[in-house]
Write a protein that binds this ligand. Structure first.
Ligand code: GUN
Ligand code: FE
Length: 423
């Protein structure tokens, strides 16, 4: 964090609540000690003389949040998209993730991922690495050096996984996880998050041990939940004593409440699961492109927003082929229109401000006061230039935002995290 005060000048957008878009034409966004001091239509006298970084004519947005991505799957994004989830995992995810046993491969693959994430509009992410402790630390090191602020998980998996990608026993998995938690203490911006892959790949002994580590270290947790019908049927078989999928996590204390938790997908969550998510403040990472690619379904995201769930967006690379959270916004809106048309005409489609809310403040809440330009929020900002998207039409500011979301490659021309300018 920098001990400096400065201001950005430009067209400023943020979403204080789902569906409410704040637009400040050619205004000043002031940063004080890494936090937002305010948005002003003219620079207040007390800031006279502070450095003003001039982005006039461009759009300034809160940094985007990717609430669910697999850094270890980036290399095969866009491949194997004819398969459904469980086959896709076996044929693509597991063989690729096995490569991360080799430090040389991991260094190269994670450097590529880190470069692409840095160049994107994403400032915060919740990331799965692989089960390999040294490779996971390499990823944390690279993200930290890039200036990004991420939760990174060493994946746990000790059953129903191939020999090339399975931890030997619950005991050895837990010992490696503890060692990784200790070794992660050296990072400031890369923070550890417990990462049982999903229920089918984690034994009860492993889950119980992770619950104990959670309570000892006070770290958050991430996993997958109610993603795909064949996966859900499998969990039912594996956990006969549970009433719904989420219970398979909650019985080990890994489902919100005292353990901040983000669950990817929640495409098929039923009433009881939703009630427990709401009660425990579990974050939902909505990953619409992945849900389409591996034929999972259309999550009822608008209903989640309406019922007051905590919802953000995820790329789920490489279930999703694209790292851009602008792309996730358009996918979320388009999916919700299909849901309205094909499933439930009682629930309207998502709007652009709702999608921006999920991409910023909705997911940002998992990181604290993140994802908005309200005073006191951590200063994460991206500057988007729509000059490369020519049109003969004179667009209003909300229209220009819409064109950035739907048309741009997602790359900002300037990026700030916690008040530090990355480029
Ligand atoms: N469920 C368990 N592992 C995975 C994964 O890597 N990707 C997705 N989309 N779902 C999963
Ligand atoms: Fe995933």
């Amino acid at each position: 964090m920098q001990n400096t005060t400065f201001a950005l000048r430009g067209n400023i957008f943020y979403t204080p609540a789902p569906g409410s878009l704040a637009v400040h034409p050619e205004s000043w966004l002031v940063c004080e000690e890494g936090r937002v001091a305010g948005v002003f239509s003219s620079l207040p006298g007390r800031y006279a003389g502070v450095e003003v970084q001039d982005h006039s004519g461009k759009l300034i947005l809160p940094g985007l949040v990717d609430l669910h991505a697999h850094a270890s799957q980036y290399a095969y994004r866009g491949l194997g998209m004819d398969l459904e989830l469980l086959q896709w995992l076996e044929q693509n995810a597991f063989p690729e993730e096995a490569n991360f046993a080799r430090a040389g491969y991991a260094r190269q693959a994670y450097a590529l991922f880190t470069r692409q994430l840095t160049a994107s509009a994403t400032t915060r992410a919740c990331i799965f690495a692989t089960l390999h402790r040294p490779a996971t630390l390499l990823l944390m090191e690279q993200l930290e050096a890039a200036g990004l602020c991420c939760f990174v998980g060493k994946v746990n998996m000790d059953r129903n996984s191939p020999d090339i990608l399975r931890e030997e026993s619950a005991a050895s998995a837990l010992a490696e996880t503890r060692r990784w938690l200790e070794e992660s203490r050296r990072f400031a911006r890369s923070r550890p998050i417990l990462t049982p892959r999903f229920i089918p790949s984690c034994s009860d002994g492993l889950m119980a041990g992770l619950g104990e580590l959670q309570r000892e270290y006070g770290v958050p947790a991430q996993s997958h939940l109610s993603e795909n019908l064949s996966e859900i049927a499998w969990v039912k078989e594996l956990c006969p004593g549970t009433d719904f999928y989420g219970q398979a996590y909650s019985r080990f204390g890994l489902f919100g409440g005292a353990c901040p938790t983000v669950m990817a997908h929640c495409v098929w969550s039923g009433e009881a699961e939703r009630a427990l998510m709401k009660q425990n403040g579990v974050f939902i990472a909505h990953c619409p492109q992945s849900n389409m690619n591996v034929s999972s379904g259309i999550a009822p995201v608008k209903s989640y927003l309406l019922e007051g769930q905590k919802v953000g967006l995820g790329s789920d690379v490489a279930g999703g082929a694209h790292l851009s959270i602008f792309r996730a916004m358009t996918d979320a809106i388009q999916c919700s229109k299909l849901r309205w048309r094909l499933v439930d005409q009682g629930v309207p489609a998502l709007t652009l401000p709702e999608a921006l809310y999920m991409a910023t403040k909705g997911g940002g809440e998992f990181f604290g006061k993140v994802g908005s330009f309200e005073p006191g929020y951590e200063f994460d900002a991206v500057v988007m230039d729509d000059a490369a998207l020519p049109t003969t039409r004179a667009c209003s500011l909300p229209e220009r935002l819409e064109r950035i979301v739907y048309l741009s490659d997602g790359a900002p021309c300037a990026k700030y995290v916690q008040g530090r300018r990355l480029f």
